[in-house]
Design a protein around this ligand. Sequence first.
Ligand code: WT7
Length: 649
Amino acid sequence: MVGEERVPSDGERVEPPASFVAQANVSDGCVRAEFADNWPGAWERAADLLDWETEYDTVLGGDGPPFRWFEGGELNASYNCVDRHLDERKNQVALTWEGRLGESRTYSYLELYREVNEFAAALRELGVEEDDVVTLYLPVVPELPIAMLACARIGAPHSVVFAGFSADALATRMEAADSEYLVTCDGYYRRGAPVHQKNKADNAAIAVDGDVEATVVVDRLGDDTPLAENEYDYCELVTAHRGETVEPVPRDASDQLFLIYTSGTTGEPTGVRHTTGGYLSYAAWTSHAVLDIEPADTHWCSADIGWITGHTYTVYGPLALGTTTMLYEGTPDHPEKDRVWELIERNAVDVFYTAPTAIRAFMKWGEEHPERHDLSSLRLLGTVGEPINPRAWKWYHEHIGNGECPIVDTWWQTETGGTMVTTLPGVDDMKPGAAGPPLPGVGAAVVDARGNPVEPGETGYLVLTEPWPGMPVSMAENEGWFAERSSVRPSLDGYDWAYFTEDGATVDEDGYVTLLGRVDDVINVSGHRFGTMEIESVLADVAGVAEAAVVSGPHDLKGEAVYAYVSAAEGADADELRAQVTDAVEAAIGPIAVPDAVVFTPELPKTRSGKVMRRLLEAVTHGDDLGDTSALRNPEVVGEIESSLDRSS
Ligand code: WT7
């Protein structure tokens, strides 16, 4: 959590300017009443943004799980994101890519159509059939969305694995998804240095239990990567299929479009499976209503495509609406700290969507960087991933949005597919620090442990109380999503159906929700989720580690930091162990999960029954009051931990 200003919404309201409202896709406040009066029927609005091969019979089938959004309908996502735009805008830019080395490349809708078809034909020839999972392990290069759309075209769900993840993390995900096909690249540049992606993919292939039928390698570095049997060069494949077209396979609305792995409370990542009809409708609707995207726009969502934000708001939402979507491979401060503003100016970006962690870095670097650029093309700004504190909100509004662009602070999760709680920028006033009300048609409540709605201003748990089109397959199909409860979870017995989001929140008298962070053992580092258990299980395997616990700590820029408390085995050298811990996390998960601090302690603080007292570790980490420590068996370690923390800071 961001240290300052925890409950930031002081009721200050900022109205969207009339000039924005006048052109907004959704500017009529009646939309809320429309959804309230005609639920779930009003969700037709979302489905109507797509072209259906077979019209659906029912907006929402099923009174309880299994829910079937747009039941009876058939469609193809690749057709919706590509083919159907050809009549009106075949020469409009669909993808504009800004590479890490300053290169740029664009694809018109016609060019995108051709390459998606050619790669779909190649995948078929390699043996990929409908419902086979294809793993995509690529940085932000145009071949990534092309491969996603090629998979969608032939009805093969994709599983994009963030390129920064390690070989082990890739292997775990391929195995869990039973995926026998992989698309990767030779390597890519990270802060000027090459990362050998193919080596990681090779190591994953060795670790995967079962065969990898085919690996396709995109040439990103221009090296001559030797290819083994069953390995194919992307460019050669596409060239071999030049000019071929592949009929888009009609998929049932509830058929899987893709799966994506995310961290939860368990040690293993969970595969979240999103649907073709519900998810795509929801991606299109929220892109239209919240991000206000129009076909003529250049839209830039700065998230990596390896995360859900990139799936929904770089690829599926913007392309379904026929807009120009920008892909950026680089980092925001390379080669200079004005890189982002230079790109916005050069591409005349209309809508910019980023994370609070980035905004805090921009603030720190200073307004002289954006001031050097003409940002007047911007019409709307967005944030996602963590709470945004009012100071960062106001800086963003003033220095990037020129005091005019509305800001949408969008709350959602990998599981929700698209944004759920945020303002409609053409309808609602904004309150800096509060995400906003639930979107029209979205059921959300902040409840206490008994499941009763809390009073305005009181802290509770955010729960979703109605199904929505972007819900994943497992949530639509089974009740287990909310059946599993522990003492920190609210009782959801009072609802016909409800989903516990694992987020703490407050709500004000106008129904605006302010998010307070996760209530489970998940750490949100720069908007990326990691389970503490996931990291702990890696540490436990390091030879010199006797015991380890991982908790969230404060971080000025990243929002939260990973703190690892380690008690070393007899005779282990602290400096060596620190390096081993870092290496182990890098190898098992990837550099982004590496602990920001490794704090040595003779023992972990434990209760008399032998349980690690995490609450205490968190309090120590944050320098908070320790509360009741009478249950501790070894109170003396607290002082030791405090002095190690002082030394390490
Ligand atoms: C968690 C979901 C889906 C977007 C990227 C992250 C936190 C997300 C906000 C926001 C406060 C937010 C929540 C949520 N979160 N957006 N606008 N304000 N917190 O997806 O990795 O699935 O993480 O991110 O804690 O549960 P994710």
